[in-house]
Each structure stands twice: as C-alpha cells, then as structure tokens.
Design a protein around this ligand. Sequence first.
Ligand SMILES: [Zn+2]
Length: 175
Amino acid sequence: MAFEDLLSDPVIQKYLHELVGPKGMPVAAAPPDGEVTDEELAEELDLELNDVRRALFILYENDLASYRRLRDEDSGWLTYLWTFEYDKIPENLEEEMYRLLDALKQREEYERNHEFYLCEICSLRFEFGEAMDFGFECPECGSPLESMDNAMLVDSMDERIEELERELNVEELGA
Ligand SMILES: [Zn+2]
C-alpha cells in the first residue's frame, strides 16, 4: 500500500496522532520516499529540530522508522539518515486492537462476575465483599451503600467487543 493511501485513512491518522502527538504530526504525516535527515525535515516542515527528533524517535520505537548513521570523515560529525517504514502500520494497528480486545474481555468478565455497591454521595464503588466488610456503609461519609446494577455497562462492553471482533474478523471459538 502506498503511503498516501495509508495516510488518508482516519484510523491510521488517529493512530499516528496518538503516537507522536500534535507537535510530531507534521513529521508523521509527511513521510518522504527515501532517506532524510532530521535537519532536512526540520527545515522543510519549519519545525524545531527537537520536535522532529522526538517524533522520529517515537516512530523508531514503534518500528515505523529506521535510521543509519554516517560519520563525516573530516569533522567527525554524525548524520542520521532516516527511512520511514509505514508498511508496518496495518500490522501494528491490528496488534493494538487485539490488546484492546483482550483487556475489554477481562474487564467485562470482572464486571459480569462481581456484585457492586455504590455510595451515591461520594461516587465510590465497592465489591460485595468490601461492602460487607464496611457493614454496607460508606467508609468516607457513612451513607448506606446501595446495590448497583452494572448491566448497562456490561452490555455496552459486549457491544464494543463484538464490534472489535467484527473489525478483526475473529471467529467466536466455542462460545
Ligand atoms: Zn460516601
């Protein structure tokens, strides 16, 4: 897939934005075809060199850019030549979605398998065992703890899980 096609995808734009932040976005959104130095990018995009370096390093940490170093024979100065590797974006995004799906499933199971009690004054929530230990009275303000129905929360989590599974094309195994 060409860089331009990738970058017109709002999901990928959001992913990059979350990685590099608003200041790094001009760097992330304008990947050159070949190698480029941080100084060249800073000049071309009219950005602070530090912001460019920060964005490049984040991309590097996420396997979306690589570099090689050249040493100037005379001055001994090091130049970093960067290459953007955005062909890995779809793969990274999918991993991210799987991580989110796992976390959501664990959370949903926890919500589904526990009973909760709420202090409506302090908006504090307690598991059944904790609430019992406190004699069903809020340890902060002494108000009675009310049984809390989290069915709506569980439902909305189920919906999000189904959505993610559809996007990832996951088959429900032995459900
Ligand atoms: Zn309270």
